[in-house]
Design a protein around this ligand. Structure first.
Ligand code: NOJ
Length: 550
């Protein structure tokens, strides 16, 4: 097995991790200061969301220079020190490659927009207006509004899958691809442990650009439905692998919305372009089609189980599964997977158990180890996230009231995952001595690292215990997966087995007691349970138990 199959990864949101400069935003020195903390969680890889130079319209996912550190985070010397000190801690640093688009302040785009015949003219996706002067197609960007923006100077429109300030690169141009691979190799030379590759399903555009069937009141269609996973994309991805990843002891994990299980073999594994692929079926249960927050569909535990089991089955022989329940784009899991009013501590432990015992590499997201929940700020003006504004406006345009629209923001805003890390009960949760760029969560006085370290029953200590068990019981990293209690709509149950070693995991997502068939746990011993007085043969409400064969 490779090192990254046995480790636990931590997704770190640098802007909200620790500010050592009193400026209200996190710094690289803050990460260096907390390496011992990350080690105490058993972390072997830290995926940092982008820290390259950026105007921060999308908090770093709009890159102005791929090989410079944004001054708000520190310097390249700080970054070099982070690589070196992390290595001493047995931690590899994983960078985020944002290669579908750049910032509109990137010198490549600044040059491209000047004229139709300069060396960078063809580095982005430019098209003429329709005869009536309107945008070339009716595509809607993922953050809302048209996916096209008019450029006076060139008298053309440019395409942006995300915000206006994030123009899409033209991957059909080999010079663009070469420049991107060069940037990735710059970080390989610095010693990265891997790459998370952003929004990669959008890089290949269709040969012909056409209007799609509208899916919204304004006659637009989501760009996702028109450009995601366009045939021919794999040629680019395999080239990326050859030019960047091959021959290095790193891992690659693609953010790849919309890749089906049948296509998986071409994306990951021995003949695939990446080692792992983040797919979103289990965290997008409420969005059967496109992700419009105002129209969530109801779902049940059996839907979540089905999505997770499908991913386990699909990756059994193809690649390796990156397990996650939270990231910087998703709601906090305690609010996402449980009904309102559920005890967040119990809920957090249930998710923690599944995260650390499915087959794959767990990706723990900053703050998840404390059991944090969503923020529910009173008005849209309190939010920072660009997509929250887009989704709010979309809801209003679709006829929802302001109260309904803000309720959707409470449920799905990306800001919930991005509030400052809660280190202690002091002002601003110990995150900054300045004014935090995003308010600290109200619960910080109780839910913070310092307080949870002292409480043996805390979510933080639960994660530490699970990490130690994962280290000790190799069946949890190496064992095969098989589902148990398939029909249950209350309990997610499965076994991991390797030779005569076996583990059984029971996770009761419901708020009532459930009886367990004694045959399932015959000759097994309780290794850990989330309740103090575990009773044999039953699961207490929201109890989760790990059994290991005797
Ligand atoms: C996916 C990233 O995770 C998200 O945060 C970002 O806004 C978009 N890609 C655009 O880069």
């Amino acid at each position: 097995m490779k090192w990254w199959q046995k480790t636990i990864a931590y997704e770190l949101y640098p802007k909200s991790f620790l500010d050592t400069a009193g400026q209200g935003t996190g710094t690289i020195r803050g990460i260096i200061e907390k390496l011992d903390y990350l080690s105490s969680l058993g972390i072997g890889a830290v995926w940092m969301t982008p820290v390259c130079r950026s105007p921060m319209v999308d908090n770093g996912y709009d890159i102005a220079d791929y090989t410079e550190i944004d001054p708000s985070y520190g310097t390249m010397e700080d970054m070099d020190e982070l690589f070196a000190k992390a290595k001493e801690h047995g931690i590899r640093i994983v960078m985020d490659l944002v290669f579908n688009h750049t910032s509109d302040q990137n010198p490549w785009f600044l040059a491209s927009k000047q004229s139709r015949n300069n060396p960078y003219s063809d580095w982005y996706i430019w098209r003429d207006a329709k005869e009536d002067g309107s945008a070339p197609t009716n595509w809607r960007g993922i953050f809302g509004g048209s996916a096209w923006t008019w450029c006076e100077k060139r008298q053309q429109y440019y395409l942006h899958t995300f915000a206006v300030q994030q123009p899409d690169l033209n991957w059909a141009n080999p010079e663009v691809r070469r420049a991107l691979y060069k940037a990735a190799n710059f970080w390989i030379d610095k010693g990265v442990g891997g790459f998370r590759v952003d929004a990669i399903t959008y890089i290949r555009k269709p040969d012909v650009f056409e209007d799609g069937t509208p899916d919204a009141e304004d006659g637009s269609v989501s760009i996702h439905d028109m450009t995601a996973n366009t045939p021919g994309i794999l040629d680019y991805l395999h080239e990326f692998k050859r030019e960047v990843a091959d021959g290095h002891d790193i891992f690659t994990v693609a953010e790849a919305n919309g890749v089906s299980a049948d296509e998986l073999q071409y994306w990951v594994g021995q003949d695939g372009a990446f080692d792992m692929l983040f797919e979103f079926s289990h965290v997008n249960l409420e969005f059967k089609g496109i992700e419009t927050w105002c129209r969530p569909d109801p779902w049940e535990l059996k839907d979540l189980k089905k999505a997770l089991v499908n991913s386990q089955t699909a990756t059994k022989d193809n690649g390796w599964y990156p397990i996650f329940f939270e990231n910087h784009d998703k709601p906090r899991c305690v609010d996402h997977f449980f009904k309102a009013g559920t005890d967040p501590k119990k809920a957090a432990k249930v998710i923690g158990m599944v995260l650390y015992t499915l087959r794959g590499t767990p990706f723990l997201f900053q703050g998840q180890e404390l059991g944090l929940g969503n923020v529910k700020w009173p008005s849209i003006d309190c939010y920072n996230d660009i997509s929250s504004y887009g989704q709010y406006d979309f809801a209003i345009q679709e006829g929802f009231s302001e109260a309904e629209a803000i309720a959707c923001v409470h449920a799905f805003s990306r800001d919930s995952a991005r509030t400052p890390m809660q280190w202690n009960g002091e002002e601003n949760a110990g995150f900054t001595k300045g004014k935090p760029w995003l308010p600290v969560h109200d619960d910080y006085a109780v839910m913070n690292v310092e307080a949870e370290e002292k409480d043996p029953d805390s979510v933080l200590n639960w994660y530490r215990q699970l990490a130690a068990i994962r280290q000790e019981e190799t069946v949890l990293t190496e064992g095969d997966f098989s589902e148990l209690m398939k029909e249950s709509n209350e309990v997610f149950a499965y076994a991991r087995s390797k030779g005569d070693q076996k583990a059984v995991i029971l996770a009761n997502f419901s708020d009532h007691e459930v009886t367990v068939d004694p045959d399932l746990i015959k000759n097994m011993q309780v290794k850990i349970s989330s309740v103090k007085d575990h009773a044999e043969g039953v699961l207490a409400p929201l109890e989760t138990v790990l059994y290991i064969s005797c």
